[in-house]
Design a protein around this ligand. Structure first.
Ligand SMILES: Nc1ncnc2c1ncn2[C@@H]1O[C@H](COP(=O)(O)OP(=O)(O)OP(=O)(O)O)[C@@H](O)[C@H]1O
Length: 243
């Protein structure tokens, strides 16, 4: 479960996110969408405990991220759009290191299964410099999944993946939701969002302009009925939505 209550983040005078409140239940995949600069990355970094809120609070699996950050962070995984890897650790060593950090007891049998799921078995002894962009992305995701997080935060997870990799990544994300993770996925790829997400949060200029299933959003905005998600996005994030 992910709970965001009146979250606000200012960078100096810039309001990046304003009074954002939403909940992601176990098994839900929330699509976080909005134009460039809308506040998506700021929101994900806040949920990962990297950015302190200016005001408001965030709870991960019912644990307050500000008052008990270590416990809350141990229940989540944040996979940023640019994979952050260690230059001198191989693929397998990355996973072994993460297993130690998170105290994963059954890492030894789980690592080969994850490597296979993410098509990295052949590269298990490779260093990051020997991996393609897509392989680095897959390794970052494998590291995030190893401790079976209750909350999974993904920023543009398909960047750099080939068509087979994209299909497998979608299956990987959907499988984690089926197993009970609360997933937030930020992407500009609206077809991915439409396929994978059970609910949408559309933000613009740091404010929520729509939240719910597509049916719920259409119910509150009947003018959007029959429109494609792309048309809905353009209409919801257009200049007349937020003053
Ligand atoms: N470190 C920072 N210092 C100052 N302003 C920032 C900082 N990071 C982001 N911002 C500002 O906060 C706002 C939200 O940025 P954010 O990166 O969250 O947007 P985004 O929705 O992820 O955009 P994109 O789709 O382009 O990745 C923007 O106005 C941006 O310029």
């Amino acid at each position: 479960m992910i709970d965001v209550i009146e979250y606000t983040k200012l960078y100096g005078d810039t309001v990046a996110v304003q009074s954002l409140s939403f909940r992601v239940a176990p098994g839900d995949v929330l699509g976080l969408v909005g134009p460039n600069g809308a506040g998506k990355t700021t929101t994900l970094r806040a949920l990962a405990g990297i950015l302190q809120p200016t005001s408001g609070s965030i709870r991960i699996a019912d644990i307050d991220l500000q008052t008990d950050p270590v416990a809350a962070k141990s229940r989540l995984a944040f996979i940023p759009d640019e994979p952050q890897l260690f230059d001198y650790l191989t693929v397998t060593e990355h996973l072994q290191f993460v297993a130690r950090l998170y105290g994963v007891r059954d890492a030894a049998p789980r690592i080969p299964v994850l490597l296979e799921e993410l098509e990295l078995t052949a590269k298990k002894d490779a260093l990051p410099t020997e991996l393609s962009r897509g392989m680095k992305q897959k390794l970052a995701i494998a590291c995030g999944l190893l401790h079976q997080p209750s909350a999974l935060l993904l920023d543009e997870p398909l960047t750099g993946l080939d068509p087979v990799g994209i299909r497998r990544m979608k299956e990987t994300i959907a499988a984690r939701a089926r197993e009970g993770a609360a997933v937030i996925l930020s992407s500009h790829l609206l077809h991915l969002v439409e396929e994978l997400c059970t609910r949408l949060l559309v933000i613009r200029k740091g404010q929520a302009v729509a939240l719910g299933t597509i049916a719920e959003i259409v119910e509150s905005r009947p003018d959007l009925a029959g429109r494609s998600l792309e048309e809905m996005f353009i209409s919801l994030t257009g200049d007349d939505t937020v003053s």
